[in-house]
Write a protein that binds this ligand. Structure first.
Ligand code: G6P
Length: 464
């Protein structure tokens, strides 16, 4: 049977994503505290009129907001059953799809596609269906709908059936797995995912490499990409916002505090990530440890400032990873630390102003993900750096395609090579570091978020 929901509104541009632009916390006095998020999509969409953002209620605060009818204009939060959402988000999206695209599985224990997986997959389908139905209700005739990321891979196909008049785009913010890895998935699931995205008029990616991998999967598994166009839009840093925000008083205060912590005259190696397995934080710490072991001249002269902000802590594997990051940092401090020198300054509590402070004072930025769709930290640091910053960059980050020529490039699995790259970055001559930072910053802002979004919208309207 086919459901054809009544068209309720007339939005001309719709965005759909799991995480929305605002989240609510239920305070002890019963009030709801709204927190607005940042990110490329938020600033990208700010230039667009007549828009609606459809997202999921992610916690108790969000659900309470939906029940009380509290919300922001232009945002519709879907109160999907908490169990269904947990299966779809934690179970399928973050434990399966994220792992496939970032190639994070470790045999012999993973992956296992069993009855429990099938049960979660059914939730993933109904979660995607809830989005497709809401979008079908809200979209005006012929509207453009931009569906975001792996969480919503089935939405384009479902939405096309409900509303063939719409122009539908899908954007992947992650890498796309090479076909031999993608085929770990059960055959019917792999096909369903590809067909889901191919329900869009346009499927877009952050780099050519991820787009080619997607085309490779479609070609081998389905025989082609059908009528769907494939696009590449490499999201850049928001220079205006970052430069302004990085010079506000709270950032200056945190810079002073960080300088105090690192000690006068010492070099700093900075990293800022979610505590995310794909970010490769532990191997980064191993590389730093090897630098201190093998090149004792750096002892007392350098500090590794590592910000690893909590992420996806409902999943045991993420909690374990966070604990491992802490353990290795503590161990380095125990082995190498002296009375006046703490080799690793690790912070796990999210603080954007402090991140910007670290960006400004970094001598070296360490961005060494195993795989990463883009990695905006690699782009943001050169933009706000006070005195130039050498970038150690994984060749497996999407940002490598644009920044590789001015970075010190590493294979993220190669700890010794990463240690050597840190040494090279630390010893880079001041003028060379400054010149490279300038070129990195120019490349990093080539496609600012608003343009990135408008380009996609234009292409969708033109090509569809
Ligand atoms: C990646 C994904 C986004 C996601 C973000 C944070 O960048 O591509 O879709 O929102 O990670 O992860 P979270 O699970 O907290 O939304």
């Amino acid at each position: 049977h086919e459901v054809r929901p009544a068209v309720r509104s007339s939005a001309q541009v719709l965005v759909a994503s799991n995480r929305g632009p605002v989240s609510y916390t239920l305070e002890t006095d019963g009030s709801l505290d709204a927190k607005r998020g940042g990110g490329g999509l938020v600033s990208g969409l700010s230039a667009v009129e007549d828009k609606l953002w459809v997202c999921a209620a992610l916690g108790d605060g969000d659900r309470e907001a939906v029940r009380r009818g509290v919300g922001e204009p232009g945002v519709r939060m879907l109160d999907i059953d908490a169990g269904v959402h947990a299966d779809a988000y934690n179970g399928i999206a973050n434990s399966v799809l994220w792992f496939v695209h970032h190639m994070l599985y470790q045999t012999p224990l993973e992956p296992v596609f069993d009855a429990e997986f099938r049960r979660q997959w059914a939730s993933f389908e109904s979660y995607n269906r809830a989005f497709a139905e809401a979008l079908a209700e809200e979209a005006g005739q012929g509207a453009a709908v931009l569906v975001q990321d792996y969480h919503l891979a089935l939405v384009p196909g479902m939405l096309r059936e409900l509303r063939p008049d719409l122009r539908i785009g899908h954007f992947s913010h992650t890498p796309w797995a090479p076909v031999d890895y993608f085929r770990l998935l059960p055959d019917d699931i792999a096909e369903q995912l590809l067909h889901g995205i191919l329900g869009a008029d346009r499927a877009a990616f952050l780099t050519r490499r991820w787009a080619d991998a997607f085309i490779g999967c479609c070609t081998r598994i389905l025989g082609g990409t059908g009528r769907t166009r494939i696009g590449v839009h490499g999201l850049g840093a928001d220079a205006g916002f970052l430069r302004r925000r990085a010079h506000e008083a709270d950032v200056d205060e945190r810079m002073a505090a960080l300088r105090e912590q690192t000690g006068p005259g010492r070099r700093t190696i900075v990293r800022v990530d979610r505590t995310e397995l794909s970010k490769n934080i532990v191997r980064g710490l191993f590389a730093y440890r090897e630098l201190l072991d093998e090149r004792p001249e750096w002892r007392e002269r350098v500090v590794h400032v590592a910000f690893a902000y909590p992420s996806r802590q409902d999943l045991a594997v993420y909690r374990d990873y966070t604990a491992e990051v802490r353990r290795v940092a503590d161990e380095i401090n125990a082995v190498h630390g002296t009375e006046g020198w703490t080799p690793v300054v690790l912070h796990v509590k999210d603080d954007f102003a402090r991140s910007l402070a670290a960006y400004r004072l970094a001598d070296v930025a360490l961005v060494n993900p195993i795989r990463d769709g883009m990695n905006l930290v690699a782009k943001e640091i050169p933009v706000v750096s006070d005195h130039g910053c050498a970038l150690v960059l994984s060749r497996e980050a999407g940002a490598y395609e644009e920044l590789g020529s001015d970075a010190v490039v590493v294979n993220p699995y190669d700890v010794s090579a990463t240690a050597a790259a840190l040494h090279e970055a630390l010893t880079m001559a001041d003028d060379e570091r400054a010149e490279r930072t300038e070129r990195l910053a120019a490349a990093a802002v080539a496609l600012p978020p608003q343009q990135w979004f408008l380009d996609q919208l234009d292409a969708l309207r033109r090509e569809a």
